[in-house]
Design a binder for this molecule. Structure first.
Ligand SMILES: [Zn+2]
Length: 138
């Protein structure tokens, strides 16, 4: 199903921003899952190369995480990663290595004091910003 916007509960939003912040100066990444366009769970992944510019997660870990999601009756919606020192714009490496074109890319930038979060729809060789909203959680 083609979606035109994703909804992120504020608890999940805070969790991914905190995940990136607590691992500075290294990059982090993870997956967001849920149903349709609504995020329900955050899956933090281990960066298999400790780097401030790149992340790498092996196929095995991704596959295991997707299996866990399926057990929770959820599907992958987005993949997120952090940019410790650069703007929240996909690099050519990010675009070339994107998981799957149906999966939304989220980048959290810590370039400035206030972390910036951006969502993108990646297309072959390019990308465009993708709308998201943060839903208050009690
Ligand atoms: Zn990146």
């Amino acid at each position: 199903m083609e979606i035109d916007k994703i909804i992120i509960p504020s608890s999940c939003y805070n969790e991914i921003v905190e995940h990136g912040k607590s691992n500075l100066p290294y990059e982090v990444c993870g997956l967001l899952s849920g149903n349709n366009n609504k995020v329900q769970s955050v899956w933090k992944l281990k960066n298999e190369i400790k780097s401030d510019r790149r992340f790498f997660v092996g196929k095995k870990i991704i596959e295991e995480t997707l299996l866990q999601m399926a057990k929770h009756k959820e599907k992958v919606i987005a993949i997120y990663h952090s940019h410790p020192t650069t703007a929240a714009i996909p690099s050519s490496y990010d675009i070339a290595n994107h998981l799957n074109l149906d999966v939304i890319m989220i980048i959290i930038s810590y370039k400035t004091n206030n972390p910036k979060v951006k969502c993108y729809r990646v297309q072959t060789g390019t990308y465009k910003t993708f709308p998201f909203s943060i839903e208050p959680t009690s």
